[in-house]
Design a protein around this ligand. Structure first.
Ligand code: ADP
Length: 312
């Protein structure tokens, strides 16, 4: 009998993306940090595991339907997606000025996903026992009201208690938090539950209140998480394992970076796809870096399927 396929679940927000396409035109797609990671994870699965995306969308509008179809096309399961009548997904626009500098504008305060946990019981919470790897980011926590945050943290604890692994990626968007202190308090709880922490150093420095890099690394390595992966752009990835063992994994610098969108999201997918195959953290960090290096040589968060590198 073949072993049971592992189940990977991410909770987060997928938004409608509008990108300037010249002369008053906008190109529309769908994106969001956790969804980007799910798409790359699904592309790298090759039968080793299945991926489901837990979120909330509207009920019957063309954008919610389009999102669902886009995930399904990428091989992501939608059994944990909740439909909320009369609501819509969030939206963001990327504008590009004359110098090529991009800026992001969000309409997400009313997004359906903010009320995912308004129901007394959700599809995610009902399937906790089936989850082998549960992926949550700082944005997943930031978009929820306090009661929803508590429910998501409780779901993380429940996955862990049931023998699954919890992954926390620290993606920090200050505008989504009342203050850095509020974020820090919630991040502390998330790190304490995480089996694997994927930490962007620059983001964590902001959460920690602008301390120096060396101090931030010491602080991060002291978090109560057995597998901490610190990403630092083109600088080597740092690993802090079991609270003591430290390691560095070199990153092959990319000479011509086109667009760094989803560098961290794709790194996370490569890292986790390798760990789900039983590879060691050092090999996993090299795998994550190889995928991220390809992604940043293409425009946008999601590269064409044909451009995916062969990683396994
Ligand atoms: P985030 O997107 O979360 O801000 P980083 O900028 O730290 O994350 O990048 C995540 C990963 O992407 C890095 O660990 C590295 O593997 C890869 N990466 C980012 N920038 C470069 C670069 N200039 N050259 C090569 N790899 C890069």
């Amino acid at each position: 009998m073949s072993p049971k396929k592992q189940k990977v679940v991410a909770f987060g927000e997928c938004m409608i993306e509008l990108r300037t396409a010249g002369h008053g035109l906008m190109r529309q797609s769908f994106a969001g940090d956790t969804l980007n990671t799910c798409i790359y994870l699904a592309r790298l699965a090759d039968g080793a595991y299945g991926v489901d995306y837990a979120t909330a969308i509207g009920d019957g509008d063309p954008y919610s339907e389009g999102m669902l179809a886009a995930w399904t096309d990428e091989g992501i399961g939608n059994g944990l997606a909740l439909r909320r009548q009369g609501e819509l997904p969030g939206l963001y626009a990327i504008s590009v000025d004359d110098t090529g500098e991009r800026s992001f504008h969000y309409w997400r305060r009313d997004a359906a996903v903010r009320r995912y946990f308004d129901a007394p019981s959700t599809p995610l919470e009902r399937q906790i026992g089936d989850i082998d790897l549960f992926y949550v980011s700082g944005i997943s926590l930031a978009i929820l009201p306090p009661a929803g945050r508590d429910r998501l943290l409780a779901a993380m604890a429940a996955v862990k208690a049931a023998g699954g692994r919890v992954v926390f990626d620290n993606n920090y968007r200050p505008k989504l938090w009342a203050s850095a202190e509020e974020a820090l308090e919630v991040y502390r709880r998330a790190y304490a539950l995480a089996d694997i922490a994927l930490v962007t150093l620059g983001d964590e420095i902001e959460v920690l209140g602008g301390i120096g890099e060396a101090d931030a690394i010491e602080t991060i390595c002291g978090y109560p998480c057995p597998e901490i992966v610190i990403k630092r752009g083109s600088a080597p990835v740092l690993l802090c394992l079991a609270g003591k063992e430290r390691g560095e994994v070199a990153v092959e610098p990319v000479a011509r970076v086109v667009d760094t969108t989803a560098a961290g999201d794709s790194f996370g997918a490569g890292y986790l796809a390798a760990r789900l195959r039983g590879m060691a953290p050092t090999e996993a960090a090299a795998t994550g870096s190889r995928l991220a290096a390809t992604v940043i040589q293409h425009p946008g968060a999601i590269i064409p399927l044909a451009a995916m590198p062969k990683l396994f």
